[in-house]
Design a protein around this ligand. Structure first.
Ligand code: SF4
Length: 118
């Protein structure tokens, strides 16, 4: 199977073609530099995404606090991650970058606030 991936590592946006066999990249063409080649291989073999969402707040100035993962997480763990985040309520003032969930699902990634709320 061939996959066509748009590299997002720089504004050039090269179209990288990846031949995939058994979930592995076996041939990569079209990249403008090594960064794009590595990005396309990772996108095929181990895709990751930053997860952004909101967490309900109790007793604060807003009802929802925007949060995101501190680093990208495996794309196929997004549903589990959302389930874990859904269990949380924020009951204290937070600053940007405050950890809301430490070590989400044991991934070594935190969930942090992206807005100050008092
Ligand atoms: S392959 Fe290199 S030049 Fe092309 S978009 Fe990706 S980072 Fe930019």
């Amino acid at each position: 199977m061939d996959r066509e991936i748009t590299c997002i590592e720089c504004p050039t946006g090269c179209t990288v073609n990846v031949a995939v066999e058994d979930g592995k990249a076996v041939r990569v063409d079209g990249f403008g530099c090594r960064r794009g080649r590595d990005y396309a291989i990772a996108e095929v073999e181990h895709p990751v995404r930053l997860l952004t969402t909101t967490v309900p707040a109790c007793g604060l100035a807003v009802r929802m606090v925007p949060v995101r993962t501190s680093r990208p997480i495996p794309r196929d763990m997004r549903t589990q991650a959302m389930e874990a985040i859904r269990q949380v309520r924020i009951r204290r003032a937070v600053k940007v970058g405050d950890v809301i969930i430490e070590n989400l699902l044991g991934l070594g990634v935190d969930v942090v606030a992206t807005r100050e709320v008092v």
